[in-house]
Design a binder for this molecule. Structure first.
Ligand code: GLN
Length: 573
């Protein structure tokens, strides 16, 4: 369908000033019963269906916490901090939307309670409310609605066009105290944009229990009741379950939850996430959604061939790869979600299954040989037996020396190595210690009094304030030569744009000496002051980047540094 083609059956519902509000469609995805049942993947998959119908899709994630953004949140507790082009530090679900829909979002696409309250309080201080009592309803709820309406219009695919549909994922589970103002805002929003232009998906859980494997509907009944009490009637139910929902269970959910039986979708376990969109389409989701939103979709749509191919490819991988991930937050794989995705994209494209061995960096340190001999041996065996090693980004002291041990081992043994951000910094420090003989070389982040400051604090802005000094978002890297791996991997590009999230940099004063000893700085920032990519000549793959390439990896366009790691790891087998 061409853009604008659906305008005939579009209602221009509200006139604000003299401008008619454009008829954007909204799809709200809420969740109930439990968190972590795949609401983000469901929301992204709904976006895939809409996109495959020929629509331009954008997405907003609502996080009802008081933090302004995810930048200050521990990845151990909350999962990774995803970084956007504009430097926004956001919830990892925005990474799902970018990967699934191949779009680029901005910081405002992540709406938090913190942001809404800050905006309202700022207005109150400016006197914008003209002496009124400022309240959750209507001031907070209005702010939420205005925010959504404004952000939904922003182009997300580089074309300059406004999106046609905005998927809004409501974080948390319905019934939480925190999400109440958002639920209320969305209830009002239906009237603002017209009931026919917005629809609601509710993602719930249908547990399967007992020896006969009975599919239980009660948790879903309760969560829908709660949703309806708040004034939101779901149009569609997406039921997570280990087994396909039985027809009678769909019927029961339909009658108890007041949802059309055809609108109850089974989201049972599938071999890989690319199947989710396909599974929903097979149950009629695309056509039903289009009809619910009054979109006329040609017979030939949705075109999901790309997804079918991808899902089949991942189901039929014929090789195995083992990558040792040497990090700190290894208890929660969500802490490194984008890195895992980027590894998978690269491996899948090479026809290989990705097996990740989680190595707690601390235990690789030499003193652990006596303090924790079993763990020390176990983790070293993982590093040595892996086809490749990855040291991802990180902050703080713990495990840093262990990461250096892993980088040194890879450098000396010819084991493929990819370092990201901190993974570059520790590789450079280790090189300074081991090859240049600079005893005690370190980053000033870990040892302020180091005799050889190899990695130093180099803020782009203020040199005296820590707050807001992180180098964040997309920056250009210039390759220094065509004679390097980076040039080959990035398809002959000399200018690379990748996302950053760090404060420290390789000390420019040490670059010459390091280079003379064989470490190659093949990518630098536009001023030539900040080292962006290192390589080692004669090594099968010793590659590290100051930027985070994982954030721009796509299923069909794996990130070049990851492709390099996977290629080298496969040829080392
Ligand atoms: N802690 C390092 C810095 O701030 C590395 C950051 C990272 O790996 N994201 O520079």
């Amino acid at each position: 369908m061409k853009k604008g083609q659906n305008k005939a059956n579009v209602h221009v519902l509200r006139i604000r000033g003299s401008d008619p509000v454009d008829c954007m469609r909204y799809v709200v995805v809420s969740g109930g019963v439990l968190s972590g049942i795949g609401k983000g993947v469901t929301a992204s998959s709904i976006g895939v269906l809409l996109k495959s119908m020929g629509l331009k899709v954008t997405a907003i994630k609502i996080d009802p916490y008081l933090n302004s953004d995810a930048g200050t949140m521990s990845p151990f507790e909350h999962g990774e901090v995803f970084v956007l082009d504009d430097g926004g530090e956001v919830d990892l679900d925005l990474g799902n939307y970018e990967r699934f829909l191949d779009i680029r979002l901005g910081r405002d696409n992540n709406l938090t309670t913190g942001k809404v309250y800050s905006a309202v309080i700022e207005r109150e201080r400016r006197g914008d409310y003209l002496g009124k009592t400022v309240q959750v309803v209507p001031h907070i709820t209005n702010e939420i609605q205005e925010w959504i309406e404004k952000v939904a219009q922003q182009c997300s695919d580089g074309s300059g066009d406004k999106p046609d549909v905005c998927v809004i994922e409501l974080g948390g589970t319905v019934g939480d105290i925190e999400s109440a103002p958002f639920v209320e805002a969305l209830r009002q929003f239906q009237f603002r944009v017209g009931r026919e232009n917005i629809c609601f998906f509710h993602v719930s859980l249908v547990p399967v229990i007992g020896v006969v494997g009975e599919q239980k509907t009660k948790p879903t009944q309760h969560t829908v009741k709660e949703l309806r009490a708040a004034g939101l009637a779901p149009d569609f139910l997406v039921c997570r379950s280990s087994e396909p929902l039985l027809p009678e269970v769909k019927d029961k959910l339909s009658s108890f939850c007041h949802v059309d039986p055809a609108h109850v979708f089974s989201a049972h376990d599938v071999p890989n996430i690319y199947h989710v969109a396909l599974m929903m389409d097979e149950q009629g989701a695309s056509k039903l959604l289009a009809s619910r939103l009054g979109l006329s979709v040609p017979e030939s749509r949705p075109q999901l061939d790309e997804w079918r191919t991808m899902a089949a490819k991942v189901d039929n991988l014929d090789k195995d790869l083992r990558i040792a991930m040497v990090g700190k937050y290894t208890g929660l794989s969500d802490s490194y979600l984008s890195v895992i995705k980027a590894l998978q994209h690269a491996a899948f494209n090479a026809g290989a299954r990705m097996n990740i061995d989680w190595v707690e960096a601390e235990y690789l340190e030499p003193e652990q040989l006596t303090e924790n001999p079993e763990k020390h041996a176990e983790y070293w065996a993982m590093v040595k037996e892996a086809d490749g090693v990855l040291v991802p980004g990180g902050f703080g002291n713990r495990g840093v020396e262990g990461k250096m041990c892993a980088a040194r081992y890879c450098r000396k043994s010819g084991k493929p190595y990819l370092g990201i951000c901190l993974g570059l910094q520790i590789a450079v420090i280790d090189f300074a210690r081991d090859v240049l003989g600079k005893i005690g070389a370190n980053s000033t982040e870990f040892d302020e009094a180091t005799p050889h400051p190899t990695v130093i604090f180099m803020p782009e802005g203020s040199k005296t304030h820590m707050g807001g000094t992180m180098r964040l978002g997309s920056r250009q890297t210039n390759l220094q030569t065509e004679d390097c791996e980076a040039f080959r991997l990035y398809g002959g590009e000399m200018k690379i744009h990748e996302r950053h999230r760090h404060r420290y940099e390789v000390n420019p004063e040490m670059v010459e000496e390091l280079e003379a000893a064989g470490l190659r700085f093949v990518g630098k920032d536009t001023e030539g002051e900040r080292m962006e990519i290192i390589e080692l000549k004669g090594h099968p793959y010793f590659f590290a980047t100051q930027y985070h390439p994982e954030f721009k990896s796509r299923p069909n366009r794996p990130s070049p540094p990851f492709v390099g790691l996977i290629e080298a790891a496969l040829s080392a087998q």
